[in-house]
Design a protein. Structure first.
Length: 163
């Protein structure tokens, strides 16, 4: 008798998906490069897994994304500048990863950002980015409320506070 197997379609083919919460599931490997196909996505939680590799630049194509939680994985490389194009983003959790390089200035385009966590990562602040006398990076993210983002350096970690 012939054996048939059901073919599973990739999750990135679910264009109408609005909420994807797959945290704490022991998933391993990279985040799919074509995650930007999930055009309706509002929340993406892949925290506390074993994800590796770099953040896909296509995350910046998610124009409705408000919540992105990737903390406690083994993600590495730089934060892609394209992430600054995810204009609706309100919460961004990247802490407890192996992200390196400079914090991209394009994150200043995220005018709705309320929470940004980057602590326990070896990120650096670019010398080309404006800092205050204490060496903290600050830029305005919302003109009406004059909200400022400050990346605080403590050893080999970076943290973000909004005020």
């Amino acid at each position: 008798a012939a054996r048939t197997t059901a073919r599973r379609g990739p999750i990135c083919d679910l264009g109408g998906l609005e909420l994807c919460s797959l945290g704490d599931n022991a998933f391993a490997g990279p985040i799919p490069r074509n995650v930007g196909k999930l055009k309706a996505l509002v929340e993406l939680n892949l925290s506390s897994n074993h994800l590796t590799g770099q953040l896909p630049p296509s995350l910046g194509e998610l124009e409705h994304l408000k919540f992105l939680d990737l903390h406690e994985n083994q993600l590495d490389g730089e934060i892609p500048e394209e992430l600054g194009a995810a204009a609706a983003l309100e919460r961004l959790y990247l802490h407890n990863n192996d992200l390196t390089g400079f914090v991209p200035k394009t994150l200043g385009n995220l005018i709705h950002l309320k929470y940004l966590y980057m602590h326990n990562t070896p990120l650096s602040i670019s010398p080309k980015m404006p800092t205050d006398p204490q060496g903290e990076l600050s830029f305005r993210t919302e003109a009406e409320t004059m909200r400022f983002v400050s990346f605080l350096r403590a050893g080999d970690s970076a943290c973000c506070l909004l005020s």
